[in-house]
Ligand binder design. Structure first.
Ligand code: FBP
Length: 261
């Protein structure tokens, strides 16, 4: 039986993934709010915070920057990704393999699936291959489960988010990363639908501290396992401050207001 579980990227069963694949997904415009973040080392430095259980990056960034951080940061290899310049039906091609990720020292892999896209069959097939290879390496698999495309009218509706987290369970992910559906109740449905696959919230575009922490608090109260976040951490002038607060909400069960005190 292959090893199944997320221990490599969790702390006390909770997960806080710092994502920094935005240079590919959105372009350098995402680094403008804090210009020094255009240098990947700046964000790797942020990922050394105790609250962070893994950092998700693309292949080129892993090859060039991870060697300096391998003692302090767990690498989550984001194996597919697409640019914002692509205007077709949502599709995210594979950019590296599980074997190569393992060679670079990755402890986990991540993969985006756009269920509902006309490219769903190709992405499911790619995910199948990656998931089985990851099992062979004993690496946990995180699915960025984003229903999107012609088959999806509203990608943050509660039934769509619950469907996304269920798809992650059905296809063999250890962790499902889903958009926040807007309420604790809707998140509970997504958590229930995922069975014993963990569910984490995707950070989204930057909002104020309290609003952000309240959504994370709701996710934790709903039985979620944590967060996979990019902009809401490193687009802040003091990312350590929000990570200190996230540490309290995610691992210590604090409320948003209390965590900010
Ligand atoms: P954020 O917390 O900044 O939203 O990052 C999470 C993430 O999944 C990144 O890994 C990815 O680059 C981005 O969101 C993609 O977001 P979208 O497809 O909605 O533009």
């Amino acid at each position: 039986m292959p090893q199944i579980g997320d221990d490599a990227i969790s702390r006390d069963g909770k997960v806080l993934i710092l994502a920094m694949d935005h240079g590919l997904e959105h372009g350098p415009v995402d680094f403008e709010p804090v210009p020094e973040t255009i240098d990947p080392s700046t964000v790797f430095d942020v990922a050394t915070h105790d609250a962070v259980t893994a950092m998700a990056v693309q292949k080129g960034v892993a090859e060039r920057y991870y060697p300096s951080y391998e003692d302090d940061v767990a690498l989550l290899a984001k194996l597919n990704g697409t640019s914002n310049l692509w205007m077709g039906e949502p599709y995210s091609p594979k950019n590296w393999t599980v074997d190569y990720a393992a060679e670079l020292g990755a402890e986990a892999v991540g993969y985006t699936v756009y269920s509902g896209s006309n490219h769903e069959p190709e992405m499911y097939e790619d995910f199948r291959e990656i998931q089985e290879n990851a099992r062979a390496h004993g690496m946990p698999v995180v699915m960025w489960s984003y229903p999107r495309g012609q088959g999806v009218k509203n990608d943050t509706k509660d039934d769509v988010i619950a469907y996304g987290s269920r798809i992650a369970l059905e296809l063999g992910a250890d962790v499902a990363k889903v958009k926040y559906p807007g309420s604790k109740e809707a998140m509970e449905w997504a958590v229930d639908a995922a069975g014993n696959t963990k569910v984490v919230m995707s950070g989204g575009s930057k909002v104020d501290d309290l609003s952000f922490l309240r959504s994370v608090e709701a996710v934790m109260e709903a039985g979620g396992a944590g967060l996979a976040v990019g902009r809401n951490v490193w687009q802040r002038e003091e990312p350590e401050r929000i990570l200190d607060a996230l540490e309290k909400v995610i691992y210590e069960g604090a409320g948003a207001e209390e965590a900010l005190d």
